[in-house]
Design a protein. Structure first.
Length: 306
C-alpha cells in the first residue's frame, strides 16, 4: 500500500514544475521579437523621422560658410544673423507680410470648410430627400479624383471672373463645400447622434436650421475641431495652388515666400531660408499642440462609425 502512495506523490510533485515550465514557454512567445528590440526599432524610426527637423533647426543658426562645408546638424559657431536677414531679405516686402497673407487665407479656409461642409454633412446625415442616396456617393467618389485634373478649368473660371492674383480663388471654394473629405468625416460623426434629439427639437418647434445650429452642431464639436485642424495645416502648407493664383510678391504666402530664397541661377540662401522655415513651422506646431486631444478624439469617434 505504501508504494503506490509514493508513486502518486511523485507524480503530484512533478505536475507543478511542468505547469510552470509550460507557462514560461507560453510567456516566451517563440517566433516573436523581444520587447526591447521593438523599443529599439521604434527609437531608430523616430530618430530618422526627426532628423530633418533637427537639421533644419541647426542650419538656421549656422553661418553661410558652415552650411555647405559641415555635414553635422548642429552649428559649431552659432549665429542669429540668419533670422533678421531672412525676415527682411526680400526687397520691398518683409516675411511678416507672407505670414499675414497665410494667416488670412488659412483662417478664412477654416471658417469656410466648417460652415459649408457641416451644412452639407447635416443634409446628408439627418435630412430625407430624394437625391440623397445618389448625391452622397458622388461626393465620396470625388475623393479619388486628382486635384491636378481640375486645376485648368478652375483657373479658366477664375481668370474669367478676374480673380487671378487675388485671395478669392483660395477662399471662395471653401465656402462651397468642395472638400469631400471633411463632408465624409462629418457625415460619419453626425450619423452617430441619436435621431430622438431631432424629433424632440421638432416637437419644440425647431426647423431644420435651428436643429442644425442648436442640436447637431454643438454635439459635432470633435469632428469640427478635427476638420479645422486639418484645414489649417493643409492650407498653411499649400504651395501649388497659391503659386498658380498669386503673382505679386506682396500677396505671396509663406510656402511661396520660401521659394524666393532660391534665385534663377540656382543659388540658395540656406541659412535665412531655414530660419524662415523654422518660423513657418511654429504656427502649425502650436495649432496642433493646442488641439491635439480634440484631434485624436474627433478621428477616433468619426472614423469608426458606419
Amino acid at each position: 500500500m505504501g508504494a503506490p502512495v509514493a508513486a502518486n506523490t511523485g507524480v503530484a510533485d512533478r505536475r507543478p514544475s511542468l505547469g510552470r515550465a509550460g507557462t514560461r514557454r507560453r510567456g516566451a512567445r517563440p517566433g516573436r521579437l523581444p520587447r526591447w528590440l521593438w523599443h529599439l526599432l521604434v527609437i531608430v524610426i523616430v530618430l530618422i523621422v526627426i532628423y530633418p527637423v533637427v537639421w533644419m533647426l541647426g542650419t538656421s543658426f549656422k553661418p553661410a560658410t558652415e552650411v555647405v562645408s559641415s555635414v553635422r546638424p548642429w552649428p559649431t559657431s552659432p549665429t542669429l544673423h540668419n533670422y533678421p536677414q531672412g525676415w527682411t531679405g526680400n526687397p520691398g516686402v518683409t516675411f511678416g507680410r507672407f505670414f499675414l497673407n497665410s494667416a488670412v487665407i488659412s483662417l478664412a479656409a477654416v471658417l469656410g470648410n466648417l460652415f459649408a461642409c457641416s451644412l452639407a454633412a447635416f443634409a446628408f446625415s439627418r435630412l430625407r430627400f430624394r437625391a440623397r442616396r445618389f448625391l452622397f456617393p458622388i461626393v465620396v467618389v470625388t475623393l479619388l479624383l486628382p486635384y491636378h485634373v481640375l486645376i485648368v478649368p478652375q483657373y479658366a473660371i477664375f481668370k474669367h471672373l478676374g480673380w487671378v492674383n487675388t485671395f478669392w480663388p483660395l477662399i471662395v471654394p471653401k465656402f462651397l463645400a468642395t472638400d469631400a473629405f471633411f463632408i465624409f468625416l462629418m457625415v460619419q460623426f453626425m450619423r452617430g447622434i441619436p435621431r430622438e434629439l431631432d424629433e424632440a427639437a421638432t416637437l419644440d418647434g425647431c426647423g431644420p436650421y435651428r436643429t442644425y445650429w442648436h442640436i447637431v452642431l454643438p454635439l459635432a464639436r470633435p469632428a469640427l475641431i478635427t476638420s479645422a485642424i486639418f484645414t489649417f495645416i493643409w492650407t498653411w502648407n499649400d504651395f501649388f495652388t497659391q503659386l498658380i493664383y498669386l503673382n505679386d510678391t506682396s500677396k505671396f504666402t509663406v510656402p511661396v515666400g520660401l521659394s524666393l530664397f532660391v534665385d534663377q541661377a540656382g543659388f540658395s540662401s540656406y541659412g535665412p531660408m531655414m530660419a524662415m522655415a523654422v518660423l513657418s513651422v511654429a504656427p502649425v506646431f502650436l495649432f496642433f499642440l493646442a488641439f491635439q486631444r480634440l484631434l485624436v478624439e474627433g478621428v477616433a469617434t468619426s472614423g469608426i462609425r458606419g
